[in-house]
Design a protein around this ligand. Structure first.
Ligand SMILES: [Zn+2]
Length: 134
């Protein structure tokens, strides 16, 4: 296994105590789901709006479809308040892996979705386990 980042020259120390890992893992898992859900919901809304424009669906004001689109877009706006700073926290390396202490998400490259496992050590916060551990 190759180790990237500033800890590459130092010996690896993995935190394996589940009691220590539990709380930060829950937060990382929750924040990751929120960030990914926002991007998926935004993409779905964009596709629905494109289809409505493409097929010239008549969206009457005050109708059910109008209300759904209104609620969807306002919900996304409210979710963005939490998920955008969360996305930047992952991408800027503010969110560190509770197992290895390095940045949890890939900083290089531009992906909207946050990976389920730590890019450095493969730790999965949703299962509180690391690849290769028993
Ligand atoms: Zn890690």
């Amino acid at each position: 296994m190759t180790v990237k980042g500033p800890r590459a020259s130092r010996p690896l120390m993995f935190e394996r105590n589940r009691a220590v890992l539990l709380r930060p893992s829950r937060w990382i898992s929750l924040l990751r789901k929120l960030v990914n859900a926002w991007h998926v919901l935004f993409l779905c809304l964009a596709v629905v709006l494109l289809l409505i424009a493409l097929f010239r669906v008549d969206v009457e004001e005050g109708g059910f479809l109008h209300f759904i689109l209104w609620a969807w877009s306002r919900g996304l706006f409210v979710l963005a308040v939490l998920s955008w700073p969360g996305w930047f926290a992952f991408k800027l390396g503010v969110v560190s892996c509770p197992c290895c202490g390095e940045s949890f998400a890939e900083k290089a490259g531009f992906s909207f979705l946050v990976e389920p496992r730590c890019v450095n050590c493969g730790y999965d916060p949703s299962t509180i386990s690391r690849r290769g551990d028993f």
